[in-house]
Design a protein around this ligand. Structure first.
Ligand code: SAM
Length: 236
């Protein structure tokens, strides 16, 4: 949180970030926050009474979302980031060990997974959520290019980027990008974004809102890919 965009967001007042030690809400001498599972089995479970005390103390009278990070939650996407960016305040609850007592669900408003894999704790998931949400706040990206052009913003992956040198070990920057023809560059970029999404994430393409021009460009991509396959050439 002390670097790059998250640091800048804090400096410009777009983000205020607090961490709260859940142990501070334990009432035992050893500040215990977990206990063995009912029914047996391995692992420790974070205690509902401690977690709810923490949630209530942090949230106060606010009605802001309280999000449990969980591999079982709804999957975090660009649209979820946009949705969360509408709220002035978010409380993110990080699980650990085997997870949290199921009754905590009555005291949260949402549970979010950052992907279909299991992390050791919710801290990294919380950082991912904060980063992606903060990038959507007005003014945070500034001159680095608006969030609107990035992958997933319009349902597609972004076009490829190049910078100097123009040629590196026989790999050349496409001529069009050096042509100065802004219209041709915009069209090339759109076609590349479509081609890239078609290649890597056809699932996104099925849901994307495509114009007639996009469909035409995709037709060109599909034809060129089929020709390359037929001639034994690499297309992508
Ligand atoms: N036993 C749990 C299960 O199988 O569903 C996994 C618990 S995990 C080891 C501990 C904590 O890490 C979770 O309570 C959650 O806060 C966090 N976590 C793990 N994977 C995550 C994911 N994919 N997305 C968000 N949070 C995750």
């Amino acid at each position: 949180m002390q670097h790059s965009m998250m640091w800048k967001a804090q400096q410009m007042g777009a983000l205020t970030f607090y961490t709260h030690d859940i142990r501070a809400y334990s009432t035992t001498a050893y500040r215990q926050v977990d206990d063995t599972p009912y029914g047996g089995g391995g692992g420790m479970i974070m205690k509902v009474d401690v977690l709810v005390r923490a949630i209530e103390a942090v949230r106060g009278d606010d009605t802001c979302p309280v999000i449990l990070t969980s591999p079982q939650g709804r999957v975090f996407t660009h649209n979820v980031a946009l949705e969360l960016a509408q709220h002035p305040r978010l409380v993110l609850l990080c699980g650990h060990y085997e997870g949290v007592d199921e009754r905590v669900r009555h005291f949260i408003t949402d549970d979010i997974s950052i992907g279909d894999y299991v992390l050791t704790g919710g801290e990294l998931a919380a950082m991912v959520i904060i980063d992606a949400v903060v990038r959507q706040l007005d003014g945070v990206l500034g001159a680095e290019g608006g969030a609107a052009n990035e992958s997933h913003a319009d349902g597609l992956l972004e076009h490829p980027h190049y910078t100097r040198p123009a040629s590196f070990r026989g790999l050349d920057v496409p001529d069009v990008l050096q042509s100065g023809n802004h219209e041709a560059i915009a069209k090339w970029r759109r076609k590349q974004a479509l081609a890239r999404t078609w290649q890597h994430r056809p699932d996104l393409l099925r849901r994307a809102q495509l114009s007639e021009e996009d469909k035409y460009l995709l037709g060109e991509v599909a034809r060129a890919a089929a020709e390359a396959r037929r001639d034994g050439r690499q297309f992508f």
